[in-house]
Every structure is written in C-alpha cells, then in structure tokens.
Design a protein around this ligand. Structure first.
Ligand code: AHR
Length: 491
C-alpha cells in the first residue's frame, strides 16, 4: 500500500544557480561515439554538414548542449594533437578502446566545427599521461592565440580567428589510464602542467584537474592540499555499475531485482558528492574551486555481438530514472557542483542517441535531458521531502526523488520521479513563498521497466502530456505514476 510523499518548496529561500554546465556532454574517441555516430565524413551518403550527421546534430540541439568534453577519457592521455591537424594525418591504433584504427579524421578543427554546430562551449582534455607540458602548451596556443607561428599554422589549416577554449582538463583519471599515478605524484604533475596552460590576454581558461573516482576522498584531499592554487576545478568520476566491476548486468534483460539494485546504486551519488565536497570545503572554504563530475552514468555489459571495447549498450526506462535521480541530487550540491558530464553523448555507455547505419533513435535518457532543459541556469529552490521507501529484496531507496528551480523565464519548474515500478504515489508539496495558479507538464514512462527505443520502435519511451497535477491553496498535488519521470511548469 503506497503512502504519500509530502514536502515543501521553499521559494522564499532561493539557492545557487543550477548551472547549465551540469548538462555537459562527453564525446570520446571510443567505439562509434565519434566515427559513424557523430562524424561520417563529407563523402558519406548519410546527410551531413562538414562531415557531422544532420540527424544526430539536430537531436542534440534539442538538448541545448552547453559544453562538450573531448577527446577523452582514457583516449586523452594517448592523444597527440598534431596528428589531428593538416592534410597528412597518421592512422593510429586506438589501443585503449578495441584496438581499432584511429584515422585522426576528427581533430582540433573538426571538434570546433562540432562545437559551432551545437552552439556549445569547448572542454578539451589534454595529455598529461604520455605527452609533455610543451605539447600541451602548444596545443592551447594553436587554439587560442591571435598571433605567432602556431596561429599562422592554424590559419593555413583554414582557421584564421582563434577559438574560445573556456575549459581545459589536465589529463584524465591520472590514478588509472592516465598514468597510474599515486595521488602525490598526480598532484605534482597537475601543478607542473597547469603552469604552462596560459590564456591569451583578455580571455580565461578554467583549468580542471583530473580527480578521484567513486569514494576515494583521500585522492581528493591530496589534490586539494597540493593544487588548490593552480586549478579552478577538480573532477570526479562515478559510474553506476550494478553487480560491481567489471560490468556484467544486461542493459535490457533484467527483472525487478536488477531494476532496484541499479536505482539504489544511482542514489549513492548523493553521499559520494557530499563526502568529496566536505573535503573540498576544508581546503577551499570560499568555494572557489568547482567540483566537476565529468563522467557519470550507468555502465552495463556490452551489447551481445558488439566489440566489448566499444562500450555499446542499450538504454531503457531504468536509465531515465537513473538520470533523473542524478539531476535531482545535483540540485542539492549546486553550490559546489558547477559541471557534470554524462558518459557519453552518442552510442557509448548511457548515451543520448543511438545510431544504426543511417538510422538514429533518441534514448529515454535523451528525453530526460530534454525535459530538464528549463533547469539550465535556473535558481535552485530548496525542496524538503518526506517520501516512502521503495524496497525490493535487499535494496531500499526513496520512492520519490525531486528538485525544483526558478527558471530563467521566471517560471517554477518541479521535477519528480517515482522508482516504484508498480505503484502510483501521491505527492503533496506546499508552495512556500510563491504563488502559482496553473500547472502543466510532461511524463516519461513505459509499458515495462525495461522498455526502450529501437529503430523499429523509436517511440516506446517518449514524454507525453501529464494531467495528474493540480494546484490548490498554495499546494501542488501530483499523482506520480509508477516508474515515471515528470517535469512540471508552474505559472
Ligand atoms: O567513459 C569511458 C571511460 O571511463 C573513460 O574513457 C574513462 O575516463 C573512464 O574510465
């Protein structure tokens, strides 16, 4: 028997900005994340603009992607930027991801073409693990400098104007694929490389240090102790891997036990962020250095029959709930968490879109990101919630997850999700410090917990108009359907 969830939106006490960069996307040279998925080349029969697929770009533009992180990931610490400019580009082996050839057809100029087509900002991760400070400094100069021989070389390659480079990553996972460094050594390398990343006069480059993973707060402590004056942000990576490492669970073939296991895992992000932020608060009490959770999402076993190094997985209604839980938790930590990047944008891990030849489908996760667009640069409205638990076997978690913002358009947006797969739950929210008379919104759900979109059935999980919400006497009453994500607009 469902109990009700009850709470209050404290609109009289607005919190920090829900930064648009929380919706950053990550695009790595991995599997078909770039080649085939995003970039097909100008000679392809698949409709494209300067090599980038029109269908995929069109869909991603619906998400108002604020920032794209590139070229990795683990690939970043093997990448040598000179191999991706000019007419003669060596074909290399992508040793980290599947041992396939890397044609270097997408390099710096093509990445900035993607940035232009998406109307996004660039976040480039440099090579600390196998590059040199000089190589990194020259890449930054090639991209950003208005004058000098590297700027002339850039012009000769077709781009006279410097590009804006607002975000630069100092390597990736230095504790692992970025060089297997101890925290102390990673901190020293970060200080050294950061010294040589220089923005031209009048511009700024936010330097993002490669940070910890999961609950390794001691890595965060060392990085904060040693690099707090050299960097502007510290990254964190945390994936939801039901069943533990290595990923073994199927993305689509699961019952309620794995549904509950995965979504209980999704809720762990709250405690993980809180523990890293507590350490950052000690070394940066003025809250200058952001926490950038620049890799997160579900990681399952690869789709049967695919190259295991391609990290290709389907995406179901369960992933929509997982994404919504994360996006709601980020509101709680928005004073420190200014950027997050789901992994990854196309065809890899918890992707926005999946392609199959010349076909493309929007995933359930795509639809959640689209529903949350009004959250971008909104103001967090604190939301206190008492919710019943949803329990299955040994897995227990809050049934309802929620967040609220005052959007840039002045309207209030409330996001709710219900992880209970079978039971609708009434939610009553007192609207304190605001007036609203009307409510409208959309709901995302599916016929089954593993519903997902395919080329044959692209609309199995799509948002539709929601009629289960009412406002009366400063109270928002919502009947949250089982296994659903709802985003409401209050006028
Ligand atoms: O997103 C896939 C990989 O996961 C990234 O390359 C790496 O940073 C992480 O381990």
């Amino acid at each position: 028997q469902a109990q009700d969830a009850r709470g209050t939106i404290r609109a009289y006490d607005p919190g920090p900005t829900y930064d648009r960069r929380i919706f950053t996307q990550f695009a790595e040279h991995l599997g078909t994340g770039i080649y085939g998925g995003l970039y097909v080349g100008t000679d392809s029969p698949i409709p494209n603009t300067n090599g980038f697929r029109n269908d995929v770009i069109g869909a991603l533009r619906e998400l108002r992607v604020p920032v794209v992180r590139w070229p990795g990931g683990c690939f970043a610490d093997e990448y040598h930027w000179r191999e991706g400019i000019g007419a003669n580009r060596p074909v290399k082996i992508n040793t980290h991801w599947g041992g396939v050839t890397e044609p270097n057809a997408v390099g710096t100029h093509e990445f900035f073409e993607l940035i232009d087509q998406l109307d996004a900002e660039a976040y480039i991760s440099g090579n600390v693990g196998s590059g040199t400070p000089r190589e990194m400094a020259e890449w930054v100069e090639y991209i950003t400098s208005p004058a000098g021989s590297l700027a002339e070389e850039r012009a000769a390659n077709g781009r006279a104007e410097p590009w804006a480079l607002p975000y630069f990553g100092l390597g990736n996972e230095l504790w692992g694929c970025g060089g297997n460094m101890r925290a102390e050594y990673a901190a020293d390398e970060t200080r050294r490389y950061a010294t040589f990343v220089k923005a031209p006069a009048g511009t700024q480059i936010i330097k993002i240090a490669s940070g910890a993973s999961d609950d390794d707060v001691e890595f965060t402590r060392t990085m904060m102790q040693q690099t707090v004056r050299q960097v502007d942000a510290l990254s964190l990576h945390h994936y939801t891997v039901p069943g533990g490492w290595p990923p073994s669970r199927s993305a689509t073939q699961f019952g309620e036990d794995q549904w509950a296991e995965t979504l209980a895992g999704a809720y762990e992000i709250d405690q993980i962020l809180a523990s890293h932020i507590a350490v950052m608060d000690q070394y940066d009490p003025d809250n200058r250095v952001w926490l950038a959770l620049d890799e997160w999402g579900a990681w399952y076993a690869p789709e049967p029959g695919t190259n295991p190094g391609f990290l290709q997985q389907q995406n179901s209604l369960r992933d929509a709930l997982l994404a919504a839980i994360h996006l709601n938790v980020f509101a709680k930590h928005a004073d420190r968490v200014k950027m997050t990047a789901i992994a990854q944008m196309v065809n890899v891990l918890q992707a926005m879109v999946l392609t199959d030849g010349d076909q493309m489908v929007r995933t359930p996760t795509f639809h959640v990101f689209e529903m949350y667009v009004p959250f971008q640069d909104g103001t967090v409205l604190p939301l206190d919630l008492a919710t019943p638990d949803y329990t299955f076997g040994e897995h227990a978690m809050p049934a309802i997850s929620a967040s609220a913002v005052r959007g840039r358009d002045g309207k209030t947006y409330v996001a709710l999700s219900n992880v209970d797969p079978d039971t609708a739950i009434p939610v009553a929210l007192t609207l304190d410090g605001m007036t609203a008379r009307q409510v409208s919104g959309r709901v995302l759900t599916g016929a089954a917990i593993n519903s997902h979109n395919t080329v044959a059935r692209p609309d199995a999980v799509v948002p539709v108009a929601f009629t289960g919400a009412r406002i009366a006497d400063s109270r928002l009453n919502v009947t949250m359907p089982a296994r659903s994500v709802v985003v409401l607009q209050l006028d």
